[in-house]
Design a protein around this ligand. Structure first.
Ligand code: TLP
Length: 349
């Protein structure tokens, strides 16, 4: 048995994706001659309500190209304190763009607009860096896959506009937010200048992300992508499964969300597991162990030996992520394993 819930990044391409890769019409994407890439970029821009879009190799590259295209060296970017950009991208914003992050702690991934306003520097004194950008993450990974409400995005947008700064969304899982809330992706992204969307997570494509925004910014992004070595040649091979993902894999995310809810409710019924199932918005289930003599690491390792794979992004909580390659029956099996291990009171040492 192997039930892999370490991440939705472990999803394998579907048959339709493999077939699309095989049959993809391709060209050189450097001079923009790959018809499949052009089709994908047009479709994605439309779906995200933006003028233009660019294929990038990964979510990290999409976020970094967005920062590079909209900030200058020595600028400051406002990020939620536990956002992926600042926690899990190898400090690329500092290394590549030379920007400094200003970490604003949020509640369930949501930054209070008053805190954001207070964090924006008056650019009147050489002591201060220039605040160039507000970054939001939707859904928010570290905070449990939660959805950033529209009124919060709107309030942040108003601040960004008033201060003349840019706004970027790490929308790695923005389609999860769209499906779970019933709000079209283009309505969610209306408040940001640029949005990065991963196709390798719940959508199941093997490679690729999209960065969408206004035509001028995306043109600048083409230069930065090139500098980062992310401009590919016959990239239609990569873009073809992403087209399939957009057409076929978005609506089914609802199934992953229902499975996450089911998993969380099952975990909540197990003695010694600490989780509030009402807080599950999308496909991520974070939980703690509250049993004397047993740690999260003990349970994670014991689960691993039983073929139930989870992850630990930060010490102190286990993350299970639901996705298309784990079905309801497997989730039931995983729950049985966790329930038994909790009774056995396992230790990793
Ligand atoms: N997240 C991965 C790991 O990096 C932890 C995961 O398993 O959740 N933004 C967000 C919100 C992400 O969750 C991720 C990946 C990225 C950006 C980066 O995407 P990639 O891995 O394509 O560079």
């Amino acid at each position: 048995m192997r039930i892999d819930m370490r991440s939705d990044t472990v999803t394998k391409p579907t048959e339709a994706m493999r077939k699309a890769m095989y049959e993809a019409e391709v060209g050189d994407d450097n001079p923009r001659e790959d018809p499949t890439v052009l089709k994908l970029e047009e479709m994605a821009a439309e779906r995200l309500g933006k003028e233009a879009a660019i294929l990038v190799t990964s979510g990290t590259q999409g976020n970094q190209v967005a920062i590079l295209s909209q900030t200058g060296r020595g600028d400051e970017i406002i990020v939620e304190a536990e956002s992926h950009i600042v926690m899990l991208e190898g400090a690329a914003h500092a290394v590549l763009a030379g920007v400094q992050p200003r970490q604003v702690p949020g509640k369930r991934g949501v930054m209070n607009p008053d805190d954001v306003r207070a964090a924006i520097r008056p650019f009147i004194d050489p002591h201060y860096p220039k605040t160039a950008m507000i970054c939001v993450e939707n859904t928010h990974n570290f905070h449990g896959g939660c959805i950033v409400p529209q009124d919060n995005l709107k309030a942040l947008r108003e601040i960004a506009q008033e201060k003349g700064i840019r706004m970027h969304m790490d929308g790695a899982r923005v389609f999860n937010a769209a499906i779970a809330s019933g709000i079209p992706a283009s309505e969610i992204t209306q408040y940001v200048d640029t949005v990065q969307v991963c196709f390798t997570k719940g959508l199941g494509a093997p490679v690729g992300s999209i960065l969408a925004g206004d035509a001028e910014t995306i043109n600048t992004a083409r230069h930065w992508r090139k500098r980062l070595g992310g401009t590919l040649r016959q990239a239609g091979i990569v873009a073809a499964p992403m087209v399939v993902a957009l057409n076929e894999m978005v609506d089914r995310l609802a199934e992953d969300h229902a499975n996450a809810k089911f998993l969380a409710e099952g975990l909540a019924n197990i003695e010694g597991i600490d989780i509030d199932a009402s807080q599950i918005d999308t496909n991520m289930v974070y939980f703690k162990v509250s049993k004397e003599g047993m740690t999260e690491m003990d349970l994670l390792v014991a689960c691993y030996h039983e073929g139930v794979l989870g992850g630990m992004l930060a010490p102190g909580s286990i993350r299970f992520v639901t996705h298309k390659d784990v079905n309801r029956e497997e989730i039931q099996q995983a729950l049985q394993v966790v329930s038994r291990l909790m009774k056995e009171k396992v230790t990793a040492s």
